[in-house]
Design a protein around this ligand. Structure first.
Ligand code: ATP
Length: 234
């Protein structure tokens, strides 16, 4: 589904990714793990065309998207939810969801909205409320819901658990699990909270200083004491 080969990305003299290769399979959750500065956010930004790689390639299905601009990505089925929950707080929940269809040039239908409200009932109950009234966890649900409005086949999620209580993170991860199972969505999940991420993910890739240091099934990574202590912090 998503195939990364030899990806190297720099910010001026700073090399953020170095020869990164891995595959994220269709209908699976792949976690990208690693400490601060490991290159996780840069990886997502490079995949979604916000940053240009120095070398290497990114394939989404049959398409080489290595040099495709970010604006063209939604039409190819890629949705990127950046860190920081960018909901528009002055707009209602329903209005925020409508915006999600724009990137793909499609009109969001009542059926689309109902799908999100089924998935996240709390958003349905508050659909006409302005987004500033939502809690952190609810805003995170809204940005995921908004990304789904573009009907992506690949969802890139950057630190969806940031600042959320463990219980809320678990709830959001359980919903993601359902989504992947029901819709065959492919998810690339960046997380600092490696323990939670590996409980959700099928597969994991561990980065350290821009390089891949491990790439394996989630339960293999979670069971590797040395790796956990050295890179995963649990
Ligand atoms: P975090 O969890 O802190 O976001 P990360 O694993 O996502 O970390 P990146 O943000 O991708 O890591 O950063 C990788 C490296 O690139 C770091 O050394 C960082 O300082 C550097 N870097 C990131 N963004 C920029 C930028 N805009 N300009 C210069 N250097 C940058």
């Amino acid at each position: 589904m998503l195939r990364i080969e030899g990806l190297t990305t720099s910010y001026g003299p700073v090399r953020a990714l170095q020869d990164v290769s891995f595959t994220a399979e269709r209908g699976k959750v792949t976690a990208v793990l690693g400490a601060n500065g490991a290159g996780k956010t840069t990886l997502l930004r490079t995949i979604s065309g916000l940053v240009r790689p120095d070398s290497g390639s990114v394939h989404l299905g049959e398409h080489d998207i290595s040099r495709t601009p970010a604006e063209a990505m939604p039409a190819l089925g890629l949705a990127h939810v950046p860190e920081g929950r960018g909901v528009i707080t002055e707009l209602t929940i329903a209005e925020n969801l409508h915006l999600g269809g724009l990137g793909r040039g499609r009109k969001v239908t009542p059926g689309d909205l109902d799908r999100v409200y089924d998935l996240f009932p709390v958003l349905g109950e508050r659909r006409e409320a302005r987004a500033h009234t939502l809690s952190g966890g609810e805003r995170q649900m809204l940005v995921v819901g908004r990304a789904l409005m573009a009907e992506p086949s690949l969802l890139l999620l950057d630190e969806p658990s940031l600042g959320l209580a463990q219980r809320i993170t678990a709830q959001i991860f359980a919903l993601l699990r359902d989504l992947v199972a029901e819709e065959g969505l492919t998810v690339l999940l960046v997380e600092q909270n490696a323990r939670s991420a590996l409980s959700l993910a099928d597969h994991g890739v561990v980065l350290n200083l821009g390089r891949v240091v491990a790439d394996d099934r989630a339960e293999v990574l979670a069971g590797d004491d040395q790796l956990r202590h050295a890179y995963l912090g649990f």
